[in-house]
Design a protein. Sequence first.
Length: 216
Amino acid sequence: MTPARNHLVWDWNGTLLNDLSLVVASTNVAFASVGGPAVTADEHRVRFRRPIADYYAEVLGRAVDDDAFGRLDRIFHDAYRTGLTTCELAHDAGVAMAAWPGSQSLLSMWFHEELVPTVHTYGLTGHFVRVDGLRASVGGDRKAESLRRHLTELGVDGRDVVLIGDSVDDADAAVSVGGRAVLYTGGFTDPARLRASGHPVADTLSEAVGLAATLP
């Protein structure tokens, strides 16, 4: 079956890459550096959102300005890099990617210069017509503007796009360009929050691709 929307944009962290445990551990390293509390994976999935500075401020109980967030972000990423080799792809990532009949690309809010070689290490580069990560020194912002740039570089109309990701921010980004989203429950966001968003929700990546192929 040829889908109505012929280009699929994948999210990376928490979607194709199963790195929730590492993200939570690294977040707790950042919180501990300023005397903050530790969060569990379940708490993280309920509270996490973008801009990430807002999430940090809620957990820490105080404002997190740009300078403070920059320091926390560096601590987080230093811890994340240390543990990255322990992460595996989502169990059905390869099957799901192979099932999509159109073109595919990858857009992550992780640093571009680290994303590209990591995607290659997992043997996925050949699946994508383009791979884009964050081209900035500090992360944490929303995805919409990055998606617009990504599609402009591809020459793809947003109305032809489905994005598969694990956060409501992924869906907001897709809607902002006229696209659709399927949200995956295996990542950083509590499934109840995803279902409450009104977007299609899938418990596996294979199911997500199946839903993406049916969207008008």
